[in-house]
Design a protein around this ligand. Structure first.
Ligand code: ADP
Length: 374
């Protein structure tokens, strides 16, 4: 019987696991939050991933559980593991992608380079951190942030008062030095339960308004040293945290050539979408291989350059349908991926991948094809 992989969460990441699962001969099942989601095609259940009974019932029919997002509560995950269900990544690893304070503390133990940081519980504590860091800091809510929500640059202790007021019990906010980075990078590593690992080339990511806009693989002008340092960081984290499946490490590169870890994702990640069409093994296939404990695939690029441009919903709501056809006609050399989501303004509704020998050409075509949608 085919191995059954259950994905919790019905977003675009689960959606993009569907085709590789079919090719690998795996049976993919999805627990979607609601009807009609991006991964609806493979949804065998609709329900609340925070409810143990719902997740347990879904898990009863699969051989391994994995995720479209990192929001399944620790209690639910630990109960499933205690019942003998294979969960990848497991709760011990996933906690470091669920809580940025927990992550910072563990990366410090591992000796991984990262921005200076501190937990802060009051405006006074934040002000003290600011005084020690040239008067500027990035304050983050440790849990639940995404696409720049829950991240704020502050220059005075009171600028995070609303978040401080909302803290409960022993909770704290994360304060970080404002890193003067020259660019952002991402390093991906896949790891099997037994410890076998393979890494992807380090890529450059470009964010606009806190949202990933473009990715270039490999990172332009990446020296051998940079590539090695990034790979080493990725491998140390994957191993040190016991990650299974795909790990993405978001990085800052500073003008004095330091590489610092921003944050982690333990699932396929926007910074790895390029690999669907630009590498021998795409990240969605690789994630499935890793969580199903199958041999990992080659990560070599298929071309000198691969460029990914996100398609964000424009100011006009509606469907992508007719624009999709126009974009396909105008750019037959672009690989267009759509998520089946209503294009609300700013929402990620698809992406375009272009691979080729000339970086400028690839960037031009990918941007033009993505722009044809808005
Ligand atoms: P999210 O979880 O919402 O993706 P991140 O922690 O990745 O939040 O932060 C979003 C963006 O904010 C980053 O991509 C980066 O551009 C900027 N940022 C985050 N932390 C820092 C920092 N310490 N210094 C400078 N910029 C930062």
């Amino acid at each position: 019987m085919a191995l059954r992989v259950g994905v919790i969460g019905g977003g675009q990441l689960a959606r993009m696991m569907i085709a590789p699962a079919v090719e690998l001969g795996l049976e993919l099942r999805v627990l979607a939050e609601e009807e009609g989601m991006a991964a609806g095609l493979a949804a065998t259940a609709v329900g609340d991933y925070r409810d143990l009974d719902t997740v347990r019932a879904f898990a009863a029919d699969v051989d391994v559980l994995t995720f479209d997002h990192e929001h399944v509560p620790q209690e639910v995950l630990r109960a499933l593991v205690a019942e003998g269900i294979a969960v990848h990544p497991g709760p011990d690893a996933l906690q470091f992608a669920q809580d940025k304070l927990v992550m910072r503390a563990r990366l410090a133990e591992l000796g991984v380079p990262q921005p200076e940081w501190a937990p802060v519980r009051s405006a006074d504590e934040l002000q003290r951190f600011l005084d020690e860091h040239d008067g500027a800091a990035v304050v983050k809510t440790p849990r639940g942030g995404y696409d720049g929500k829950g991240v704020r640059v502050v220059r005075s202790g009171v600028e995070a008062q609303d978040w401080l007021d909302a803290l409960e019990g022993s909770d704290a906010l994360l304060a970080e030095e404002l890193v003067p980075f020259v660019r952002e990078l991402a390093q991906q590593v896949a790891r099997r339960p037994g410890g076998e690992m393979i890494s992807y080339p380090v890529v450059e990511t470009v964010q606009r308004d806190g949202v990933c806009a473009e990715v270039i693989a490999p990172a332009p002008a990446a020296t051998e040293r940079l590539a090695e340092v990034a790979e080493d960081i990725g491998r140390r984290i994957a191993e040190g945290l016991g990650v299974t499946g795909m790990l993405a490490v978001e990085l800052f590169e500073t003008d004095d050539e330091r590489i610092l870890v921003n944050e982690l994702a333990m699932r396929p990640h926007n910074s790895g979408h390029w690999s669907q069409d630009g590498a021998v093994t795409g990240q969605f296939e690789q994630h499935l291989r890793a969580v199903a404990d199958l041999p990992l695939g080659d990560t070599r690029p298929r071309a000198a350059w691969a460029v990914m441009v996100n398609i964000l919903g424009g100011p006009v709501e509606g469907t992508l349908g007719d624009r999709f056809e126009a974009a396909m006609a105008a750019h037959p050399d672009a690989k267009i991926h759509t998520y089946g989501k209503a294009p609300r303004p700013g929402r990620k509704v698809g992406h375009v991948n272009v691979a080729g020998d000339d970086l400028d050409d690839a960037v031009y075509v990918a941007r033009a094809a993505a722009a044809a949608f808005v």
